[in-house]
Design a protein around this ligand. Structure first.
Ligand code: KG4
Ligand code: ZN
Length: 332
């Protein structure tokens, strides 16, 4: 069972061919980061136009790299939300056109769910890990920060979420305050790793009695710290910021894992690429915690193929009236 998968929810144009929801035969990502860097963030209109230019060459390359072109493709999976509406529209409309013209089933996928499923992707010939339920998922990306309980495939209960900025958004804003480049996550991580033990202590928003998160106060605290320090120690500030974000993410995830008796904990999304977050999660949760491989943490189409396969197996096929939903929710 081979799916062509398409992802255009934000600033990466992605196409992949995935076999049996697990084995990545090809995974092509055309990043728009260089285009958006001058704005310090993603410009939605620029993103949509770039997707239009990139999508067909990216799909062609994914099919070529997979080795057999359209031969043996059994369906088309595409991100239908959440994300930027204009960007999502490009992927969904191309997917519909291809599904219709080739007579293939269409599968509209939730991008957040796909970040979790990135954990179980493998290259052909590799041993594929399998989920263990009940599973606790932490999705930390540029647009989302959610703690989800997953009792089985395709079923989710939200335990907590950010009440303001997403964790990745906080990294991006902090980087801007510190004069570092977009995207902020990798830039902050690099600066922090040269801090040599120095760290400017910054606050944590505890949000007591909840599994919710808040990062906007931390951003303000960082701004204040830069205003009142005579000489800016960017590495020490970056380290303090990274520590504050990872500390609260790790502690709340560990509390939730015990509270709900999670057999496995999955940490996914762009911020799950962070070294410090990965090592602190392992310290707190041991071998119960799993992450996607680095290339599948940030946005990609392979993870969309993983969820599309689950939906196909359940007979959950979409019609050509499939629409985008910029605010698509995964759980109540
Ligand atoms: O999942 P993703 O590619 O896109 C969304 O769905 O939002 O996540 C992008 C986010 C950006 O905010 C970026 O700064 C952050 O992930 N990120 C990181 C790292 N790599 C990417 N944050 C912290 N540390 C990293 N190494
Ligand atoms: Zn994402």
């Amino acid at each position: 069972m081979k799916l062509l998968a398409i992802e255009t929810s934000c600033d990466e144009t992605g196409a992949a061919v995935v076999a049996d929801g697990t084995f990545v035969l090809s995974n092509v990502v055309a990043s728009q980061i260089d285009l958006h860097r001058r704005y310090g963030g993603v410009m939605p209109e620029v993103a949509s136009r770039q997707h239009v230019l990139a999508i067909l060459p990216v799909i062609t390359e994914a099919l070529e790299r997979a080795g057999s072109g359209w031969q043996g493709i059994d369906g088309i999976a595409v991100t239908r939300g959440p994300g930027l509406s204009g960007a999502l529209l490009v992927g969904v409309n191309v997917a519909k056109g291809l599904a219709w013209s080739r007579g293939l089933p269409l599968l509209g996928v939730n991008h957040i769910e796909a970040h979790l499923y990135a954990t179980w992707l493998a290259a052909l010939g590799e041993l594929a890990p399998e989920p263990h339920f009940p599973l606790l998922g932490l999705v930390v990306s540029g647009g989302h920060t959610e703690l989800l309980l997953m009792p089985k495939h395709g079923t989710y209960k939200r335990l907590g979420r950010t009440v303001d900025d997403a964790a990745g958004e906080a990294f991006d804003k902090a980087a801007r305050i510190l004069g570092l480049t977009y995207p902020g996550g990798p830039a902050i991580q690099a600066a922090a790793s040269s801090a040599d033990g120095r760290e400017v202590a910054l606050p944590r928003a505890e949000m007591p009695g909840t599994l919710d998160f808040s990062f906007s106060g931390l951003k303000t605290a960082l701004l204040r710290a830069t205003q009142y320090t005579p000489t800016l120690d960017v590495p020490a500030l970056a380290r303090g910021f990274e520590e504050s974000v990872t500390d609260i993410l790790v502690r709340k995830t560990a509390v939730a894992a015990d509270l709900y008796g999670a057999a496995e904990v999955v940490v996914a999304g762009g911020v799950a690429a962070n070294d410090r977050l990965r090592s602190r999660m392992v310290q707190a949760l041991g071998d119960r915690v799993r992450f996607p491989q680095l290339e599948y943490c940030t946005d990609n189409a392979a993870m969309i193929g993983a969820v599309g396969y689950q939906q196909f197996a359940r007979g959950q096929i979409d019609g050509l009236d499939l629409d985008v939903n910029p605010n698509l929710d995964l759980a109540a």
